[in-house]
Design a binder for this molecule. Sequence first.
Ligand SMILES: [Zn+2]
Length: 247
Amino acid sequence: MLILFVLLGLVVGAFINQLGSDLPARRSLTRPHCPYCGTERPVWQWVSVPAYLVNRALCTSCGARIRLRNPLAEIGLSVAYGYLWIAWGPSIQLALYLVYTAILALVLITDIERRLILNVVMYPAIAFAFIASFFTPNLPWTYALAGGAIGFGFFFLAAVVGTALFGCGALGGGDVKLAAFVGLITGFPLVIEALILTLIMGAAISALLLLTRIRSLRDPIPYGPFLVAGAIVTLLWGYPIAEWFLY
Ligand SMILES: [Zn+2]
């Protein structure tokens, strides 16, 4: 079963890669193709990890290498899926978390590559998480809704204050919707831990980038990736971390 879930992660990762290329370009789903010459990839290249393993990750027409993002996303999701199977076994949580990690991976790809958190991703994700909260055994829907409201409210306020202080918004509407989604899936009170982790990671990485002069104070911090990281850490180890911190 573990091997099955690892393989499932690879395939879902390939699908998320394709969405991550097609959705920001505002087009419907295409078959995997080379972004440089447009040649469609043969089926054995649709999942890029095997192609990389046999050193054949090149476009069959123009020879351009398949972007490194593809195997990274596939490996990331296959590790996550394997871990989720070990941690939850056959359960509703497992099914939901498989969907949530795929959504978060897609957000990570579009936000890092294009600084976009798309409505076409976030609205269905929020609707799904809301409906799913009625079926989640360990999280009553009222707590999920409260979590969503807190995530939304916190980032909405931060966006308003940030815009007032710095003129241009450091936080976009996409970040606010992502925060609402993270709040829905972690629920109250864990959403607070997810937000705190987001802020700590954001501050630490920003300080590092400032110190190494990769970025300047004027550059806005993209909070999307930190929200994703905070959400994943909280979903997987939320209560152990809270206990360790509080007691
Ligand atoms: Zn090509």
